[in-house]
Design a protein around this ligand. Sequence first.
Ligand SMILES: *Cc1c(COP(=O)(O)O)cnc(C)c1O
Length: 391
Amino acid sequence: MTDDEDPLRFKEATRLVLVGRHPARDFGFVNPPVYHGSTVLSRNVAELLGHTGRYAYGRRGTPTSEALEEGVSLLEGGAGTVLCPSGLSACSVALLSCLSAGDHVLVPDSVYRPVRTFCDGVLKRAGVTTTYYDPMLGAGITEHVRSETRALYLEAPGSQSFEVQDVPALVAVARERGLVTLMDNTWATPLLFAPHAFGIDLSIMAGTKYLGGHSDLMLGTVSALPGAWPALKRTHGDMGLCVGPDDIALGLRGLRTLGLRLRQHEASALAVARWLAGRPEVGTVLHPAFEDCPGHAHWKRDFKGSSGLFSVVLRPVPDERVAAFLDSLALFGLGFSWGGFESLAIPFDCRAYRTATRWSPRGPAVRFHIGLEAVEDLIADLEQGIAKLTG
Ligand SMILES: *Cc1c(COP(=O)(O)O)cnc(C)c1O
């Protein structure tokens, strides 16, 4: 094996194995070395002052960070990638890279809630105004575009409520009106949806979720098309964002099995969602592959598959019944985040914070993440628990 195999020559499964690795350069070791470092020594004053060395300072990049950046850039098809200490910091640096005082940004009402908090807090104080829009808007988004609108943010499917946006229609308007487009693609990862191929300028992923895949690290990535790359790189550098080398190594390890894990999460989640859909206690299954899910047709047209996260709206029961159901589960942990090997469940209610659309489910809602356990065990667990909803 040589170091100059171009991963893009190969199919996706092979690419996941090859990207970001240079064994010949690394004394034959299969994985890139984990460099712990701040200071980088120059050979002489000319190199120090001329900034001509390969590396300058730990914060500005190491062979370890470059390996993951290179891997993510190849998978995303972007001009460059920055690594961030969390998914949320990836969202916030992407927004800051394209917005200035006086600008206006459009954000879907179904956005990951901490991004809303960032827009209403930090961005507002910086003189940027935000309008939340109905995530199901397509070409109609044009009515919200003002002369000072600078960026259009997307997230599909929506956090918790799973609306799948019409990405091509939104990008078409953004192109026509000269807006920078950003998309939080955490649910699909570039394996199931490729934002850059749809013309999205900044593709964001909470690497904490499926890239890491083992619930043991915090990580975010932003990949950019060439036009958006210089501002992203500069803003990321100015903010001093970087990720510890051990967490980067965990991200690289996760990358190798990402395709394999996603296929299992998909198959198991579909099986569990189908079982739930057949239960009398369940009203609606909000899973992009199900017809009841808003934007199902967009998912079918644009996505290559689905991952392990979905929600259900239960038939009306008191909240205590939902708590009794979830408390009785042996295999589903009660906890935030997702994307690891373990199954999770949380009750949620979007009514508290939506501003542009009304979230009016007919009953209480629960979000599930389906892990890598045996589907039969998960369904048996749900079956004993779901009885607590009515009994
Ligand atoms: C979890 C999540 C984030 C934030 O990631 P952290 O690593 O937890 O900061 C951002 N966007 C989406 C859609 C998420 O699910």
